[in-house]
Design a binder for this molecule. Structure first.
Ligand code: SF4
Length: 215
């Protein structure tokens, strides 16, 4: 990449918080040749909507704290989801963290995934909790937990079922509605009108999750 930056640009290479590389200052005349470079077949310059918004922490390849493998799973999951949904898929951000430290910034993505272990039929397997509706930028907002203990092996199937019905706008609208509902119930409970006070954090109650799904 440094060679390409020197040969086609001005030697400058930029890294973005979304794990993208930018070679700035490439003239229009050189752009065609640059896009034919072999390394850009692997690190594509025009990624698909999901690949473009894909971020992953290093996972258990390089991190002792990791509970699951993240990088390969992230790429594989994105590919399968794209194969299943094809052109129906709108651009989304999908961030993976391999443990609660959250280096993949899973709470500021349209879909955030945090690795964990879970037990199914006595067998310990790799799984994730699924968050939706997070974003950074001018109006930042943390994602809320939608699903728990989803086995990684079935995750592409699960996301393929969710994503067509949760556009970026819907995810954010759903979350605002859930938070508003929670706030109003909390206020009512404080006034002695109602006893139920659902949680709004990642330890969210089953009731809140049902509300998110039903929107
Ligand atoms: S999120 Fe956890 S597993 Fe991933 S890099 Fe950070 S500490 Fe390691």
């Amino acid at each position: 990449m440094a060679k390409l930056a020197g040969g086609y640009g001005t030697g400058e290479l930029r890294l973005t918080p979304h794990q993208a590389l930018i070679i700035p200052n490439v003239s229009d005349k050189k752009l065609g040749d640059l896009t034919e470079e072999p390394i850009l077949k692997e690190f594509v310059y025009n990624p698909s909507p999901v690949q473009k918004g894909l971020v992953s922490c290093v996972g258990n390849d390089y991190c002792n704290l990791a509970v699951i493998e993240t990088k390969s799973r992230a790429v594989e999951t994105a590919k399968i989801v794209e194969e299943k949904l094809g052109t129906d898929l709108k651009p989304i951000t999908m961030h993976w963290s391999g443990c609660p430290a959250g280096c993949g910034n899973h709470l500021v993505a349209d879909v955030g995934l945090i690795g964990k272990k879970t037990k199914i039929k006595g067998k310990v397997i790799e799984a994730v909790d699924v968050f939706v509706g997070g974003r950074s930028g001018p109006n930042p907002s943390p994602a809320i937990k939608l699903l728990e203990d989803v086995p990684c092996d079935v995750l592409p199937e699960v996301l393929s079922g969710i994503l067509p019905y949760h556009s970026r706008e819907k995810m954010h609208r759903s979350k605002i509605r859930v938070i508003k509902n929670s706030t109003s119930r909390t206020e009512k409970a404080a006034e002695g009108k109602k006893e139920i006070v659902p949680q709004t954090t990642s330890g969210s109650s089953e009731k809140m999750n049902q509300e998110v799904v039903s929107v």
